[in-house]
Ligand binder design. Structure first.
Ligand code: SAM
Length: 218
């Protein structure tokens, strides 16, 4: 199944811009679970891959992170970088948002971050990109650091299976209509030799199935 190229993802999310926040209606439950199981209160350094409008980062700063914790994020869309920058302006001394070309974060320091977060991004990446980003996440995290992921996934019941099927069908024909996203199951990408699962769940909101994974770097 084809996925958006990095250039197409950039164009798509530049176009979507602040409308991305309206996806909150089905992403909220999964985001809450990431926040619940990600133990962000104890994190001093957080990295986010594909931060969108900066909504999740703002929530971290306002409700979870300590006064000394730092955040760094990357996104392929200049529009999203602009939106996140203005949203996080009040925390600019501790928050850095970077525009990338869409590749994995190979230049980030090894063993530095306490958390590697990515919400609703892996579901638009190719399998090859998912593996490459996870390789970097593993390298970037400190020992015992947490990988915190959420995204669209395969359905768990009658309605959510139909919704997931429709999303997949649309994604193969008009990918930008669904932001390039399709259901992805993340566990097969997380070998036990590298990741120790701390939390895994699937939640369905408004018929849309999402998966949440929190895994510790082994
Ligand atoms: C569906 S949005 C999710 C945004 C945000 N994480 C949220 O949960 O609201 C996907 C985001 O990933 C970004 N993105 C897509 N492909 C990317 C890539 N290869 N590298 C970095 N960011 C990417 C998009 O620009 C967009 O901001």
């Amino acid at each position: 199944m084809g996925t958006l190229s990095h250039q197409q993802a950039r164009q798509t999310y530049d176009r979507i811009g602040s409308l991305q926040d309206s996806q909150g209606f089905y992403e909220k439950c999964a985001a809450e679970l990431v926040l619940l199981h990600g133990n962000f209160q104890s994190a001093e350094s957080v990295f986010e891959f594909g931060f969108g409008t900066g909504r999740f980062a703002l929530r971290l700063f306002e409700q979870y992170l300590s006064d000394t914790a730092r955040y760094r994020g990357m996104d392929v869309s200049p529009k999203m970088v602009q939106l996140a920058e203005s949203r996080l302006a009040v925390f600019s001394r501790r928050a850095e948002v970077i525009l990338t070309e869409g590749g994995p974060p190979v230049d980030e320091p090894a063993g530095y971050y306490d958390r590697f977060v990515s919400n609703y991004v892996f579901d638009l990446l190719s399998h090859e990109d998912i593996r490459a980003v996870l390789r970097e996440a593993h390298r970037m995290l400190r020992p015992n650091g947490l990988l915190c992921l959420s995204g669209l996934t395969s359905g768990t019941g009658f309605v959510s299976r139909i919704v997931a099927g429709v999303v997949s069908w649309v994604q193969t024909r008009w990918p930008s209509l669904v932001g390039g996203c399709r259901p992805v199951d993340l566990l097969p990408f997380l070998p036990e030799s590298k990741w120790q699962l701390q939390h895994h769940s699937k939640v369905v909101a408004f018929g849309v199935p999402s998966e949440v994974v929190v895994a510790k770097k082994c």
